[in-house]
Write a new protein. Structure first.
Length: 267
């Protein structure tokens, strides 16, 4: 019987983590979301009695501390696995190259603040808030959902020059994971940065510009993985991610790994 807490659990990969983990009725699954009354979460909670929806905003220290306190009340003060999945980006500038970043301090902050707030500040606050629970858990695992877009070899091999703020934030997350692993390793706690692959999380019909952008990305990604056919679905991504989390040990703690459990098959 294991307990899991997932941030950013209201949609996409986060919601799929909740769904798959809840399929094992022996698990206690804590879905941390900003809006616990959203239809998505109400449906999940009604379908799975082992899902507990908790209000928590990772970009607000007070909010995430309250979420950890609510989680402790449900689990008896312990937690086996924390999955920090929250992410936010400025979609309007995702296609911008670094030379296109404006000489405008306010505009640059608007570009960088969403991913930094969730991926850097949010990951620190979330980890620190839930750490007392993890220390009392059995598995003692902390997983931060990162991205291969922060892998230098992939960038250099594919020529992907856009998604600057997103990639920088994920790179910072990877460093934080290594720092946490170095600090917490002696206490038996394992910390991992995990790339979920190139996942189709779009809900509803895709705009034509998104479809065209994905065609360009596919050609670039095929420079690194020639057999790549396209995006994978959240179900496949999460299933493979959970296998990597299951295998997480002291040797892999502190690393950035792919959903395939290696540092090569990122997509």
């Amino acid at each position: 019987m294991s307990s899991y807490a997932i941030t950013g659990a209201s949609k996409g990969i986060g919601r799929e983590f909740v769904r798959q983990l809840a399929a094992d009725t022996g698990n206690t699954v804590l879905a941390i979301v900003r809006d616990p009354d959203s239809p998505n979460m109400s449906e999940l909670a009604s379908d799975h009695h082992n899902v507990h929806v908790i209000k928590g905003d990772v970009t607000d220290p007070k909010s995430i501390l309250e979420a950890a306190s609510a989680a402790a009340a449900i689990t008896g003060g312990k937690l086996d696995v924390l999955i920090h999945n929250s992410n936010a980006v400025d979609m309007a500038t995702m296609s911008s190259n670094p030379t296109e970043i404006p000489f405008d301090a306010q505009a640059v902050r608007a570009i960088f603040d969403p991913p930094l707030s969730t991926g850097i500040y949010g990951s620190l606050w979330t980890t620190n808030a839930f750490l007392p629970l993890i220390e009392k858990g059995i598995q003692k695992k902390i997983v931060h959902i990162s991205s291969a877009m922060a892998d230098l070899d992939l960038i250099n091999n594919t020529g992907v020059s856009y998604a600057v703020a997103y990639s920088v934030a994920k790179a910072g997350m990877n460093v934080q994971v290594a720092k946490y692993a170095a600090e917490l390793g002696p206490r038996g706690i394992k910390v991992l940065a995990l790339s979920p692959g190139w996942v189709d999380t779009w809900e509803g019909g895709k705009p034509s510009q998104v479809v065209e952008a994905e065609k360009v990305m596919l050609k670039q990604f095929q420079a690194a993985e020639p057999e790549l056919k396209g995006q994978i679905q959240p179900e496949e991504s999460v299933r493979k991610c959970l296998q990597v989390i299951e295998r997480l040990d002291a040797e892999t703690s502190g690393l950035l790994l792919s959903h395939n459990g290696d540092k090569e098959r990122w997509l």
